[in-house]
Design a protein around this ligand. Structure first.
Ligand SMILES: C[S@@+](CC[C@H](N)C(=O)[O-])C[C@H]1O[C@@H](n2cnc3c(N)ncnc32)[C@H](O)[C@@H]1O
Length: 508
């Protein structure tokens, strides 16, 4: 039992299943036999396994070169000392974006059919994301950067691959962003004040079109990030993208960046460091997104510190995004997180039709914190729904029956937003019901039962059953239940043990 518990605590997310290296990691022996230039970097440990010295920049660069050639048909190189990407790690981010784009949780915005267009903020000399995204998935990209060496080498890497070169544009991020951003926000503020003499007169939809914290955004512009433009000033008027992505300069100083003793992936000052570190850099992306809104379907960034992830999620909640998603990337011994947000409204109809058919749902609460049991969980369920105005009837110590109106469903989902930071908002669509039998509750109410049972010590089974499925609000049931799962897990279960990577932080 004890060993089972231990296993659960150190459970880690795995490499993305579509990553070509998820089942077959790079075979150094094979690569050494095929590429004489790689062969000198491969040595064999006592158990006969082929290895490379990860602290040798030339070895890691040659590995990246042969992997991009062998597995992706790409010609690639970077000058000494530039940040050298590891191909399996970078592929995970591409596949996560692929998942976001195919998710139907938000609507579509791009008018160009199925063509996907992305923006890689800080593409680097290695230009790795556009090269991978274009060769794996046929996506087109704008890759931006600020340093001459990055811009020059990104261009070389693109031009050396004529089969995809038309898909990738390299663009300089010039130094105008702060001015433009400040002007843009001031204009929006003064427009707002001129046309809306009093806040009380704003209709909801009008208020929606403004950054909900435009004043805060303005006052924060001068703090933190003092670098060059990121999106505003670089994205052209009228341009639309399906997503942006970014592996930001993580650190505030080269000392903080340190050198990971276990790897040598290079990285110059400009690649690794920016004023305010990654928090300031990503905050600027958030501020830009508040202005650019639906010019991008998804805004995303890699985050190097879990603490920063929490801070950034909180910022996103303040600026009124439609949705926030996070993920954890497997990066060998190093943890990285993905953060995504959007201003595109939820695809209500699709969600409703997805979920309406599920009337019985269940999930396990594993790793229950020791002080809690089924009664605590059920009491919490009752108070959670009660707080949203729904009526709750607890007929036994294992079961609570909930009746919720349309307004209650709205409030429940809203409360969910405050309790859970993965998906910050989902809505459902009320569908027309043909039910006229009179034996069911009014069409604008749903009734469902939540029961909680102990399976084995430390593990509870939570079941939800919709009492009358033919109902205009039945689509909300699945959503509510998904939220409940996340909230209960967050409140009652032990967190997966965070790995300590403080001495292993390198922007690879
Ligand atoms: C950590 S590196 C990432 C390089 C590459 N994308 C990768 O994943 O290996 C960060 C990059 O951001 C660039 N950068 C810094 N400030 C920028 C800005 N305002 N706009 C665009 N790129 C910027 C740096 O020059 C550097 O190339």
């Amino acid at each position: 039992m004890a060993s089972k518990k231990k296993k659960r605590r150190v459970e880690r997310p795995s490499i993305h299943p579509r990553n070509r290296y998820s089942e077959n990691p790079p075979d150094f022996r094979l690569l050494a036999s095929l590429y004489p230039s790689f062969e000198p970097f491969v040595f064999y440990s006592r158990d006969g396994r082929p290895r490379i010295d990860w602290t040798d920049f030339n070895a890691t660069r040659e590995l990246t070169r042969v992997l991009l050639h062998h597995d992706h048909g790409l010609k690639w190189w970077i000058p000494d000392g530039q940040l050298c990407p590891t191909v399996p790690n970078r592929s995970n981010y591409i596949h996560w974006i692929e998942d976001l784009l195919s998710s139907e949780i938000i609507g579509k915005t791009n008018n160009e059919g199925d063509k996907v267009r992305g923006f890689d903020i800080g593409t680097g000399a290695n230009c790795i994301y556009p090269l991978l995204g274009a060769s794996l998935l046929g996506w087109s990209f704008v890759g931006s950067d600020v340093t001459n060496v990055a811009l020059e080498w990104a261009e070389i890497n693109v031009n050396n691959n004529p089969h995809i070169s038309k898909l990738i544009e390299i663009r300089k991020a010039c130094d105008t962003g702060e001015t433009v951003l400040r002007e843009e926000i001031s204009n929006r503020e003064s427009d707002f004040r001129e046309t809306k003499p009093g806040l009380g007169e704003i209709r909801d939809e009008e208020a929606d079109s403004l950054p909900s914290n435009s004043v805060d955004v303005l006052s924060n512009v001068k703090k933190g990030y003092g670098g060059q433009s990121i999106l505003i000033g670089v994205v052209k008027d009228g341009e639309k993208f399906d997503f942006c992505m970014c592996n930001p300069p993580f650190f505030e100083s080269m000392e903080e960046a340190g050198l990971n003793p276990k790897t040598s992936c290079g990285g110059t000052f400009e690649e690794m460091v920016c004023p305010g570190g990654e928090e300031a850099f990503i905050t600027r992306i958030i501020e830009d997104s508040v202005v650019l809104k639906q010019s991008f379907r998804w805004y995303t960034s890699m985050v190097g510190r879990k603490l920063n992830l929490k801070v950034l999620v909180a910022k996103l909640r303040e600026v009124g995004v439609t949705i926030v998603k996070t993920t954890e990337f497997v990066q060998g011994q190093t943890c990285r997180w993905g953060l995504a947000w959007s201003f595109v409204p939820p695809a209500r109809k699709i969600i409703a039709s997805h979920v309406a058919k599920k009337n019985n749902l269940s999930f396990m609460l594993e790793g229950l914190q020791r002080q809690f049991n089924a009664v605590h969980v059920l009491k919490f369920v009752e108070s959670f729904f009660h707080a949203s105005g729904a009526s709750c009837n607890s007929s036994s110590s294992f079961v609570v029956d909930i009746t919720a109106s349309n307004d209650h469903c709205d409030a429940i989902l809203k409360n969910g937003v405050q309790n859970f930071d993965e998906t910050a908002s989902c809505q459902y669509k009320r569908e027309k019901s043909n039910d006229s039998s009179g034996t069911h509750p009014p069409v604008d109410e749903i009734c469902f039962r939540v029961s909680v049972f102990e399976q084995i010590p430390g593990t509870l089974l939570v079941r939800g059953s919709l009492q009358h499925k033919e109902n205009s609000l039945s689509g909300a049931f699945s959503l509510i239940f998904q939220w409940l799962e996340e909230i209960l897990k967050k409140k009652f279960c032990r967190e997966k043990e965070p790995m300590d990577h403080s001495n292993n932080r390198h922007a690879i």
